[in-house]
Structure formats: C-alpha cells, structure tokens
Design a protein around this ligand. Sequence first.
Ligand code: ZN
Length: 469
Amino acid sequence: MSSYSFLLNLRSETLNPKILKPLSPKGFLVSPKYATGRVRENIEEFNNSGAMILADNGNFSFIDDITTNFDARSDAFIDKVVKEEKRLGHKVRPGDLSDSLLNECTSLALEVQKTANKISLANKDPLEFTPSHLIGAEDLTVAALLKLNIEPHYLNLDRNFFKNLNTGVTSQAMRHMEKLPAELSKNYYPVASAMSYDTAYDAGEVFAKAGIPKVAMGFGAYLSDRRVTDYVDIAGIRTEFQDRLPNSYIRSGIIAKGFWDGYTSFLGKPPEAFHFLGLGVPIMLGIMSLFTWETPTITFDATSPIKDAFSGTMYISHPSFLKVKNYRLSTKLANGFIEKWDCPCPFCQDFIKKYPFDYDKGTAWFQENQREVKDDDLEEESPLAKAYPLFAKLDNHSMGKEIRLARIGHNHWMLNEMMEELSSHSIDFSGLKKYMGKIVENYQKTALSANYAQAIQFLYQIATTNEND
Ligand SMILES: [Zn+2]
C-alpha cells in the first residue's frame, strides 16, 4: 500500500486562496529563493495546519553556473559522437568510442565534477523558515553532465566514479542530520544521482548501506533531454529498439527501477519515502507508481503544471494520464469529436459559469475553415478564443490572470485525481498493475507520438514482469 501525492510549488502564482482553497494540497514544495514576504508568512500557517512543507535545497538553479563554461567543449565533442553514430548506423554503445574520444570526454567530465563540487559545497543561505521536510545533501555532477549531453559510456570511468559521488552525498547527509533538530532529521531527504540502470542500482545500494530511509532524486534533467535512444541496458541485458525512443522517458523509468532494485537487494525492503524532484509528466507519474510500489510514501513536484497552464496545455486523467494542447482540444470541440468541455473540477466549473463556452460559434468556425485549429487561432480577439475562453492564448490577454489561475488550478486538480487513483489501487501490486494496464492501453490509442507510446509500453512491461517468471 503506497500513498502518492503531488506537492504544489509555493510561489506567487500559486499562493492564492482561489487556488489553495478548492485544491487543499496535502503538501508544498518551497524553494529558498521564493520563501520571502507573503510566501514566508503563509508557510508558518501551513505548517500549523499539518501540511507537508518540503524545503528544496535550491541547487537546481546552480546548474547553469556549472555548465556554462563547458557548453562549447561539450557541443564540439557531441558533434564527434554524432559523426560516429552516422558511421555506425546506430547510437553509440559502450565500447564504440575510440580511446582518444573517451579521454577527451573524461577530462571534460572531471573538470565538470570539480566545478560542481565547489558549488555543491558552497555555503548556502540558511533557511529563513521552518519546513517539516528537507531536501538535503546533493552532488550536482550528474545533473551537470546530463545538461551537457554526456553519457557514462562516453567516459573512461567505471561505475565506481558514480558510486563515489553518492557515497560522498550520504556521508555529508549523515553529518547534516546529526546537527538538525530531531523532527527534521527524520524527514531529511538526501539526493541520489545516476545516469543509467547500473549507476542507479549502485546509488540504491549506497543509500541502503548508509541506512537512509528517505531519498530524493532529481528527474528534471532526465525529462528535459530531447535526444532519442535505440537501445537500453538493464542489469547486463541489452534491449534493442526497432525505433528511436525518447531518452527522457526511458532513462527516467530505468533509473527508478535501478534505484529500487539496488536499495531493496541490500536492505530487503524499499526506501520508506521517496521524492521525485521535477517530475510532473502525467503518464510518467503512473509508470513510477509501478516501479516504486511498496514504498509507503511517494511524493512528486514540478513546475511544469504551472508552466503548461501559461503556455496552454491541460492535464487530463481519463481515459489516460495526458497532457493536451488547448488548440487540439479546440479542434475536437469544433469538429464535434467531443461534445463539450465538462471537466468536473471546481476551477473549470467556476470559470465556465462566468465565461461560458459558445459551442455553436466553434462549430461555425470549423464549417467555414474545415481544418485543425492552430495555436494562433486562439488569440484573444479570434472567434475561437471567444468560443472557448478557457483555452485562449495568454499573451497580453485582458483576462489573462483569471484564465491562468483556472488552468493552474485545473492541472493540479487533475494531478491530485491521478494521485488518488494510484493510491487507491495500490493495496496490492496486481490491482495497481491492472489499473495502470488500462491507462497504458488507452495511452497507446491517444498519445500523439508512436515513439512515446512505445516507450511507455516498454516501461510498463519491465515494471510488471517478474524476473523469475
Ligand atoms: Zn478542470
């Protein structure tokens, strides 16, 4: 039995009674740099109400400081990798690169590590508020390497290099925890890091050996990877893909699997709690519930539901866990594929009561134009923005604030729905497997990209296949 929750990032856009009251979030993530003024005052209040207040370590904002001086060198190196891949006819695999290329990338990576170390250990401003939970020690090397598109098999370094990064973090974490008040020390989440199944397995083992029960890991860097892969290695077994699948999904999934495998193999039980930093892709939340099942408390946070509300993407929990662009929803309404936007969430309900949709206007537009709706068709003064005000483009929109608020609320409300569904189906693994089976099946029918759908199918399979079968 697991409980899954999505934490709300507390900042000016979300600190609004119109969002907080209908949503009643179970917890909040607070970055130190946003914990000022009104936000800080409210933290005390939320703390008193018993909500989970997870203070981020704010490290992610330093990634660019680390990588900026290495961008040009890594770009030049990646060009050489791409040339190799063209010659080989497939993505570079371990053992494919020449020694001179391996050495070139290794010296770059070691310099990145040195810089990351300096920044990771730099004295940070102490928190000016009291959280209930804390994201703790972290080594930024892996996040920086990912940002520079460097893969472990571009390096002349073995698994121990990555293992040592995690050992460094667990020792630092132990020292921190000793100094913390007892309550906070119990809710301290050091940050593990990995780039592949093997390195994640080792990280799990290191954290288990150190007896750390609550762990965090950053998934933002994995998910912002725009590259593809045509193979994956899991526990010494290579799977070759027919097509090129998104690195972002494949890596996120196998790293969760690797970490749980490593941790459980050492301690005989999974971590007590785990926080996914920067993971807000709806379908991946579902996939992660399978890899992490048996860990009692799973939490996620990401700023993507806020950013997507700005840019015009709505989250949907049925028939699958989806993100849908507003112009696509508008097409479906205009061509009659869906009859109406009847979202039951209080944010859409309130908004539509005030600014009702004019479905006839949308249908008339489609009869006249006979084509799919494009993003620009939703500009404020356009007929479609008048027909579907909730889906209008925000740029300088006179009702921008209200539209944004409704969409931020809606996206988080949908995420909460998904979390409740996952939690209620997690009493036994077969129940969760069955529930997610349906979600994944429907994802195959609705996902826009066949390659993303394939990646999800693959992850579902490895998450639900027992190695002993
Ligand atoms: Zn809604």
